[in-house]
Each structure stands twice: as C-alpha cells, then as structure tokens.
Write a protein that binds this ligand. Structure first.
Ligand code: SAH
Length: 341
C-alpha cells in the first residue's frame, strides 16, 4: 500500500489507525495533488514526527524517467517510467485542441495478445497497482505539464483484467481534494471482457467506454484478436448497449484499419449492419505498421472509402490520424524496443 493508492477517506483512516490526526490527510492530498510534492520530508506543514513515521509506513517511490521522447510536431510526449521493482511502463501525453490527454498503462505487459499490438510481445508480467497508475499521471505533472484535460486507459495492458486496481485509481482520481477529474473526462478502452463491462455499468461512474472491436465478425476478429474465441461480437455489442442504457454515456467502437484485412467495403457493410441505429461513435484508427507480423496501413484512398461508406450509411465515424507514430508512442512499442536491445 502507498499513499497514491488511497482515497482521502482511506488515508484519514490510515492516519487515525496509526495515531496521527485525521485532518492531516487534507494537507497530504494538497501537497501531492496540488503542489506536486512527493517526499514526506518536504511536507513541512506536517509535524516532524509524522513525517518520519510516514517515511517508514508509506515510503514513496517516485518513478524515474528512463527515456523521454517528444514528437517533432510537439503534440505528443512519451515517458518510459521505471517502477521501484525495475519494471517499466510507458505513458503518453497527447496535446489536443481541447486540452491535454494522458494515455495510461494498466498492466506491465499484456495477456490478450492481439496480432497488431506490441504490448503483449514479451508476455504478461503483472498488474499495476492503483498507485502506479496514478504515478504515471503525477510523473507528467511533475516533469512535463500540470495542465490536464482528460485521461485514457489505452496504454499497455487490458484494464478490465485489472479491474479492482483500475476502479480504485478512478475513484482516487475523482477525489475532490485530489485532481478531481470528472468521470466524463476519463475513458477506459477494452478488448471486450464482457462480464466486466456489465460490472462497470453498475459502478455508477459515468466514464466513457471504448471498445476495441477492430473487426465486424467473429471469424475475422479471431484472426487478429485471440480474445474473440472467448467473447463474441454479439455479446460485446449487447454489453455495450447495456452500458449505454445504464450510464447514458455514448460508447466508442475503435476499429483498426489494416490493409487487406479489415479495411474492405464488405467489412464496412458488416460494420454498418452490426451497429446501425445505435447511438455510438466509431473511431477508425489506421494501424501503425507491424512488420513482424506483416500487418500494414491501407492506402489513404481505401481508408477514405471505408470511412465514407460507413458515414453515408448513418454511423458517426471519425478517422483518427494517429499521434505518436514518429516516436514509437503507439501501443507498447517503446517499452518493447528497450527490452529487446
Ligand atoms: N487492452 C485495451 C487497451 C490498450 S490498447 C484495448 O484493447 O482496448 C489501446 C488501443 O490501441 C486499442 O484500440 C488497440 O487496439 C490499439 N492498438 C494496438 N496496437 C496498435 C497498432 N499497431 N496500431 C494502431 N492501434 C493499435
């Protein structure tokens, strides 16, 4: 347990249990989340005794920056962070017109193993704690910028396979005396762990759900996503509909465009059949070429044809000109590069 894992109420309880004053929790939250002070020693408003006690009970290991890359256009900054056990995680800041969005990892490595994604290539290592997810955000505030508009859980890992820690992180992030980020500015992206989507719909937190659908049929999806053996497209869409009914939040379907695989007009037709009439958004993403497995970005004309077919047939669709491809910011690429050197 670290201080970054705790809600304000949990920290208050912890302090009381260890003979300290409840109200110190507010001061500690203020130091961490408002002033970016990350050492007990420097929290000078706390009594010296408390500071050394906390040093012992809740030591702070702030991640170190192993490498930092900024895209030539300045719109993307990527940090590779080292955790106290030596594992590394990558975190990406994306500057949009509407503000800064930070893309966070939820696991070290990934077990889902999608064909196009680099995150699982060295296997699954472990879940991140709630505090370690928070520390990625705090590292950006400390080293890059403290202006934050939104977060997306779209980095390495499958957040719904680390459900409890991810939920705890979201609660801490929403703390009034913490960063107090609105749930509406949080997005969780999942490969479609159906039972956990139903659980999430019942949490009473209106975060945006993004589903990595990537293919409109089970047969095609199985070719690129092994998780499709476990959960069918129909089951995923049903769960997403329930998510929308219960939270009122429009679901985003992510759809990766891969040359000769997912970018055909027949795929576009199937996608329209699957989703027509629903209040959803499709986010088409040109693949970042993956030479190891021979999956490539389609020609621009093919991507435009796909998108305009889907749009003409009534779905809301955007084509994400992906950010970060120049700095290997996409999807586990930086971490893998480092670990294979
Ligand atoms: N496991 C979660 C979150 C991490 S992946 C999920 O599957 O949604 C975040 C997004 O990046 C997903 O939509 C994923 O499919 C996409 N992605 C992975 N590899 C990619 C690549 N090579 N090019 C473009 N997008 C990719």
């Amino acid at each position: 347990m670290t201080v970054f894992d705790m809600t304000r109420a949990q920290l208050q309880q912890f302090l009381v249990d260890h003979g300290m004053k409840r109200f110190r929790a507010d001061q500690i939250f203020h130091y961490i989340y408002k002033q970016s002070v990350f050492s007990w020693e420097d929290m000078v408003l706390l009594p010296k005794g408390d500071r050394s006690r906390l040093e012992e009970l809740l030591p702070i290991y702030f991640p170190t920056v192993v490498s930092s890359l900024e895209a030539p256009d300045g719109q993307t900054v990527k940090l590779l962070l080292q955790l106290h056990d030596g594992n590394t995680v990558e975190t990406v800041l994306m500057k949009h017109d509407y503000g800064n969005s930070v893309c966070l990892s939820s696991q070290v490595g990934c077990a889902v193993n999608c064909a196009f994604c680099a995150s699982a290539k060295n296997g699954f290592v472990r879940n991140l704690t709630a505090g370690e997810i928070m520390l990625q955000l705090l590292a950006f505030r400390r080293y890059v910028t403290d202006e934050l508009h939104s977060i997306v859980l779209m980095g390495t890992g499958e957040p719904l396979l680390n459900y409890d820690n991810v939920l705890q992180f979201l609660h801490v992030l929403h703390e009034k005396d913490g960063l107090y980020l609105s749930y509406r500015n949080m997005t969780l992206s999942t490969a479609g762990i159906v039972p956990r989507i139903y659980d999430l719909a019942d949490e009473g937190i209106p975060i945006t759900l993004a589903i990595s659908l990537h293919a409109p049929s089970d047969a095609l999806r199985r070719r690129i996503m092994p998780i499709a053996e476990t959960y069918s497209v129909a089951d995923i869409v049903r769960a997403a509909d329930v998510y929308f009914q219960k939270t009122g939040r429009k679901v985003t379907y992510e759809y990766i465009l891969i040359r000769d695989v997912t970018c055909s007009l027949s795929c576009a037709k199937e996608l329209v059949q699957l989703l027509k009439g629903k209040n959803i958004l499709v986010n088409a993403i040109p693949i970042n070429d993956n030479y190891d497995v021979g999956l490539y970005r389609p020609a621009e004309a093919d991507m435009d044809a796909f998108v305009s077919y889907v749009r003409r047939h009534g779905l809301s669709i955007t084509l994400r000109r992906e950010m970060g491809s120049q700095i290997q910011a996409a999807c586990g690429q930086l971490r893998i590069k480092r670990e294979t050197i």
